[in-house]
Design a binder for this molecule. Structure first.
Ligand SMILES: Nc1[nH]c(=O)nc2c1ncn2[C@H]1C[C@H](O)[C@@H](COP(=O)(O)OP(=O)(O)OP(=O)(O)O)O1
Length: 184
């Protein structure tokens, strides 16, 4: 029987104000050197929303109302024992203030970017597929990504194993609060 991976549950929060987005430069660990939202593992006894607020506060010092934006599920050939499930949140629409003091932490250096110049080339390669949906916040979505070994250039492989985004799909959730759209 093939090995069945175990699910690791994470959160990721994007603070989006009028015309700008708050990202963090990851200073250590997995994803070091990349910009990302603020987040981490959901701890036992915590809901994902509670974890999202806790991680936002721990990693950049602030808190504000959040809405669920979507869900990312991905597999990576670099970590075949795990399936990653990330609950994605964004700040509630229309907000322009937060509580607390925006501050650098051991893990993240926060930085505002205009929505017109999001540093996608310094982010996880799949994020550009769904971050625009997080920013508009009109539909919640499910995104699915498979990272596999690079096949075109074996010289790039190191002991960690280089992976690239090979397959993906995104689907919008039905939102019962919206008028049912007619489908062709
Ligand atoms: N925006 C993103 N896009 C993506 O494709 N993978 C992401 C991602 N954000 C996080 N991941 C993946 C990478 C890695 O395997 C895992 C780790 O995420 P994080 O850096 O958020 O958590 P940490 O390892 O810092 O956990 P904590 O120690 O609980 O803070 O989730």
């Amino acid at each position: 029987m093939p090995m069945i991976p175990r699910i690791r549950l994470y959160t990721n929060v994007f603070v989006v104000f009028e015309g700008k987005i708050l990202l963090g430069m990851k200073k250590r660990g997995v994803g070091e050197g990349l910009y990302n939202g603020f987040g981490g593992k959901v701890e036992p006894g915590e809901t994902p929303l509670e974890a999202a607020h806790r991680e936002l506060k721990e990693e950049c010092g602030i808190d504000l109302p959040l809405i669920h934006a979507g869900r990312l599920l991905f597999l990576s050939a670099a970590m075949p024992s795990w399936a990653f499930h990330i609950e994605l949140y964004r700040s509630a629409p229309g907000l322009s203030t937060y509580t607390g003091e925006l501050a650098e932490s051991d893990e993240m250096r926060p930085e505002w970017f205009p929505l017109s110049s999001i540093p996608y080339s310094q982010m996880w390669s799949g994020d550009k597929l769904w971050l625009p949906l997080v920013i508009t916040g009109e539909h919640r979505f499910l995104a699915r990504e498979d990272y596999d070994r690079e096949t075109d250039d074996a010289s790039k492989e190191d002991s960690q194993g280089q992976v690239e985004l090979k397959r993906w799909w995104i689907a919008l959730e039905q939102d019962p609060s919206r008028t049912e759209e007619k489908r062709k």
